[in-house]
Design a binder for this molecule. Structure first.
Ligand SMILES: [Mn+2]
Length: 386
C-alpha cells in the first residue's frame, strides 16, 4: 500500500505586513501555494491513502478565506482521486479548549472519502485497503497513558497516526514528551507523525514529514531545511521525501560589531545582503553581536530601508555585548566557553513559551511574538515600522 503523508500545513498562518496583489497577507498566500503544490504532487503519485496528521489550520477559527481555500483544494483532490481514502487528525492549533466548541475539521467530513478524527483516540477501518488506522489527535494524547496502543490483527496493514512530540525529537526539553517506547514499535506498518515542523525519521517505519512551509515560532532554526511530504510504501517500509517549493528563509552569518567602525559595520551589513543570491523576496535575518548602544544610531537607516524593501522581510537582530556571544577576536567571558551556542533572552523566551501550557483559544504564535517584541524593544531592536 502506498501512503502519502502530509502534516502541519497551517493554513491561515500570517506574518509580516506585506500583502499580495489580492490584498492577502503574503505569507498566508505562500502557505496556501505550498499546500496546493504538495497536493498536486500527491495526486500525481497516485497513493492508495492520504494522511494529514494535524495542524491543517493555524487556528481554532480559521478565516473564511483559509476555509474556502482548504475546502476547494481538498474537494478537487478527492474528486480527482474518486473519493479514495483521506484521513485527517486534528493538531493542537485547530483543537479548541472545550469539546463543546466543536472542531472546524468536521466540515471536511462532507468531502468524498474523507474521515476526520479530532476528539478521542479512534480506530478507522478501511476494508477496501485491508487497513486499520489508530488515530491519536492532539486531544487524544492525554488519553495515551490509560490506553493500550496496539494493532488490530484482523487487518493486513496497521497504521498509527499521532499529532504530538515524541521524547528526543526536539533539541529543547519538553514538559510532557510522549513516551517513545509506547509509540515507536515494529508491529506498526507505518507510524505517521505530526507536530514537529522538520522532516525527521524517528525509525524506518516512523516519520515526521514536517511542515509544508516555514510556519514555526522560530523559523530561523529551520533556515535552509527542506519542506515537503512523504510517500511511504508499507510493503518495503521505505519512503521518499518530496520537497515542496517555499519562500526562502536565510539566516545570514552574524556580524561581530565589537571592533568595527560604523562605516565597516554598514559595509558588512550591505555586503552580507548583496552576497546572497535570492535576497530579493526572501525572509532574511542578520544578527549583529557586541553592538555598543552608541553604535546603534550609526547604522545606515537608508540602507536598512532599502534592504527591507528588497526582501519580503529583513530582520536586523541587534544584540548588545552582555547578551550576545563574543565571536572570534573578542575575549570570551570566563566560564562561557560554549558562548557561541548561548541563547539570547528572546530565543530563550521563544523556547520556553513554545511548551508553556496556554488556554487553547489564545493564539500561541501571537502571544510568543508579542513577548519577543517587548524583549527586543528592551534590548535595542530597530523597530520594523510595521
Ligand atoms: Mn504545527
Amino acid at each position: 500500500m502506498r501512503v502519502a503523508h502530509l502534516s502541519d500545513v497551517h493554513l491561515g498562518y500570517r506574518a509580516y505586513s506585506r500583502t499580495n496583489e489580492h490584498g492577502i497577507n503574503q505569507r498566508e498566500a505562500d502557505v496556501m501555494r505550498a499546500f496546493r503544490a504538495a497536493l498536486r504532487a500527491v495526486l500525481q503519485a497516485a497513493p492508495d491513502l492520504v494522511l494529514l496528521t494535524g495542524d491543517l489550520f493555524h487556528s481554532v477559527r480559521p478565516s473564511n478565506h483559509s476555509l474556502i481555500t482548504a475546502y476547494r483544494y481538498l474537494l478537487d483532490l478527492q474528486t480527482q482521486r474518486r473519493g479514495a481514502p483521506l484521513v485527517i487528525i486534528a493538531g493542537n492549533h485547530e483543537t479548541p479548549r472545550t469539546v463543546e466548541s466543536g472542531c472546524i475539521l468536521a466540515l471536511l467530513t462532507h468531502l468524498p472519502g474523507v474521515q476526520v478524527v479530532y476528539d478521542q483516540i479512534t480506530q478507522i477501518e478501511l476494508p477496501a485497503l485491508d487497513a486499520s488506522l489508530l488515530c491519536i489527535p492532539a486531544r487524544g494524547v492525554g488519553e495515551l497513558e490509560q490506553r493500550i496502543i496496539e494493532p488490530n490483527p484482523r487487518f493486513r496493514w496497521n497504521l498509527l497516526l499521532l499529532h504530538g512530540l515524541l521524547e528526543g525529537v526536539t533539541p529543547f526539553a519538553l514538559e510532557r514528551p510522549i513516551d517513545r517506547q509506547k509509540i515507536v514499535r515494529e508491529e506498526w506498518d507505518y507510524i505517521a507523525l505530526g507536530d514537529w515542523h522538520l522532516y525527521t525519521q524517528v525509525a524506518p517505519n516512523a516519520l515526521y514529514p514536517g511542515a509544508t512551509e516555514f510556519t514555526s515560532t522560530n523559523i530561523w532554526e529551520e533556515a535552509g531545511k527542506p519542506k515537503g511530504w512523504i510517500l511511504y510504501e508499507t510493503e518495503s517500509r521505505t519512503h521518499e521525501f518530496h520537497q515542496v517549493p517555499t519562500r526562502p528563509v536565510y539566516d545570514l552569518m552574524p556580524i561581530d560589531a565589537g571592533e568595527l567602525t560604523a562605516a565597516e559595520l554598514n559595509d558588512a551589513i550591505e555586503s552580507r545582503a548583496n552576497a546572497l543570491e535570492g535576497f530579493e523576496g526572501a525572509i532574511v535575518r542578520q544578527r549583529i553581536y557586541n553592538l555598543l548602544p552608541e553604535m546603534r544610531g550609526q547604522i545606515d537607516g537608508e540602507l536598512i530601508r532599502e534592504l527591507k524593501t528588497r526582501a519580503l522581510h529583513y530582520h536586523l537582530d541587534l544584540r548588545p555585548p552582555q547578551l550576545g556571544f563574543r565571536a572570534g577576536r573578542g575575549t570570551p567571558p570566563p566560564d562561557d566557553a560554549e558562548s557561541e551556542a548561548r541563547l539570547t533572552l528572546v530565543d530563550e523566551w521563544r523556547l520556553f513559551a513554545r511548551n508553556y501550557p496556554l488556554p487553547a483559544d489564545l493564539d500561541r504564535e501571537q502571544f510568543i511574538e508579542l513577548g519577543a517584541r517587548y524583549l527586543e524593544t528592551r534590548s535595542g531592536e530597530v523597530p520594523n515600522g510595521a
